[in-house]
Every structure is written in C-alpha cells, then in structure tokens.
Design a protein around this ligand. Sequence first.
Ligand code: SF4
Ligand code: SF4
Length: 123
Amino acid sequence: MNGKLTWKCTENCGACCKLSPEEREDAISVLSNKDQDLFISMVANDGWCKFYDKSRRKCSIYNERPSFCNVRNLVKLFNISKDDFDKFAIKCCKQHIKHIYGGRSMEMKRFIRGIGQNTCYNV
Ligand code: SF4
Ligand code: SF4
C-alpha cells in the first residue's frame, strides 16, 4: 500500500518542542529577526521550550503559540508547495522523534500508526 500519506501530529509527543538552537540552525535561519529573537527567548536551560509541560507532554500556550510552532506554516517558512507539505512534515517529525526518543521508540510507532503507515524506520 503506497498511497499518499497525510501528516498528523501525535498526542503526547512534543519532540519538536526541544528547541536546542545549536541543533535547529536550518529552522532558525528561515525565521524573521523578530521570530529568531522570540525562538531564542523560549529556550530553557535544558534546551526544551519553556512553555512545554513535560509532565503532560503538552504545550502550555497552545492557542497562543508562535506561528512558527504550527507545522502547517512550514509551507510558507520553507517555501514548499502545498502538495509537498505532508511528505516534508512527516520527514521533519520523524527526525525530531528519532532524535529525542529513538527510531524504534513507542513515540515513533505511534506517529507511524497515526499517519497510517504500515512500518517504516527509514527516518
Ligand atoms: S514532532 Fe511531530 S508528532 Fe511530535 S509533537 Fe511535534 S509535530 Fe507533533
Ligand atoms: S510554544 Fe508550545 S508548541 Fe511551541 S515549542 Fe513551545 S511548547 Fe512547543
């Protein structure tokens, strides 16, 4: 089954909320100066976003989160076509999840299940 996959965020993941600027240079480089400053101001000492609630694995300011936190805005930020959005977003999520939890983690399995992919560890 090789149908087009649709990106979907997985509940209780939060892997993209580890901001560690030294590892996110590509993402930071596409932001405006103002958003770069905002991004840096959000980084806690341990590299996680200070608005990430680790115990609940949720964003504590979800409805007011910066626009660059919204995965849908990757289209504009990285100048990709809407047709390429799902593929691009899935790749980004897999990279984050692999980095934070591991390529064979429960979080990766839940993400893969969520997007309706059978099995794929080709992150
Ligand atoms: S890495 Fe992807 S699946 Fe995980 S919280 Fe971020 S957007 Fe959602
Ligand atoms: S503001 Fe929310 S969504 Fe954005 S990085 Fe922080 S915890 Fe994650």
